[in-house]
Design a protein around this ligand. Structure first.
Ligand code: COA
Length: 177
């Protein structure tokens, strides 16, 4: 694999999407059918990693603004989340950026590309700081929950323990330690 042939870009109205299959139909369809419409309607920005030599899409993810809101039924988890926020700055909601979608092609799975993408997002928001945002959120597919856990994400609620997706977050303050 020649990583020098990898290029990274943000989707816009004219982007031609190269072939991609992550094994999940909804995530594949989003890339080919919806990502550009989301860009045009300013509802989510999609970033893609391409392999020039293979003429393929390696991975993509989309981002949108979000907020984490206090849920009285998940007090214990909220206290954990709040612990590193100074008392005077504690609120019932916090600014966040949401990973709307993240998918790595089956051809490139298990090569730490997903992990590197999360590192890039952490860097983007923890150090570049175009606007303040404390957390990254994701509604993780049940099968991908262990992946997010390995990348430092925590649970927002116990209510979705057996649901098809779980609400998870990463505290960007941890990235600066
Ligand atoms: C989940 C996904 C993004 C992981 O991407 P990837 O590039 O293959 O993962 P990485 O190689 O970066 O894995 C990083 C670590 O997570 C682990 N991991 C990755 N996917 C995992 C899974 N499904 N279950 C358990 N562990 C997993 C890896 O073993 C690795 O562990 P290590 O650091 O101890 O070696 C990718 O498999 C994918 O796109 N899946 C289909 C779509 C999907 O589920 N997207 C998430 C939507 S919320």
């Amino acid at each position: 694999m020649d990583f020098k042939e990898f290029t990274f870009k943000q989707i816009d109205s004219d982007t031609e999407i190269k072939s991609f299959d992550c094994g999940d139909t909804d995530l594949n369809d989003f890339l080919f059918s919806d990502a550009i419409n989301y860009y045009k309607s300013m509802m989510a920005l999609t970033y893609i990693l391409e392999d020039r030599s293979a003429n393929k899409t390696v991975a993509y993810y989309s981002l949108l603004n979000d907020k984490i809101v206090f849920d009285p039924d998940s007090k214990k988890l909220w206290n954990k989340l709040n612990r590193r926020v100074p008392n005077s700055k504690r609120r019932k909601d916090y600014p966040a950026v949401k990973i709307g979608r993240l998918a790595v092609s089956k051809d490139y799975a298990g090569m730490e590309i997903g992990k590197s993408i999360l590192l890039q997002v952490k860097h983007m928001f923890a150090t570049m700081r175009r606007s303040a945002c404390r957390f990254i959120t994701v509604d993780a597919y049940a099968a991908a929950v262990p992946f997010y856990e390995k990348c430092g994400f925590m649970y927002l609620s116990e209510k979705d323990k057996d649901a098809p997706t779980r609400s998870m977050y990463f505290d960007l303050i941890n990235f600066l330690d």
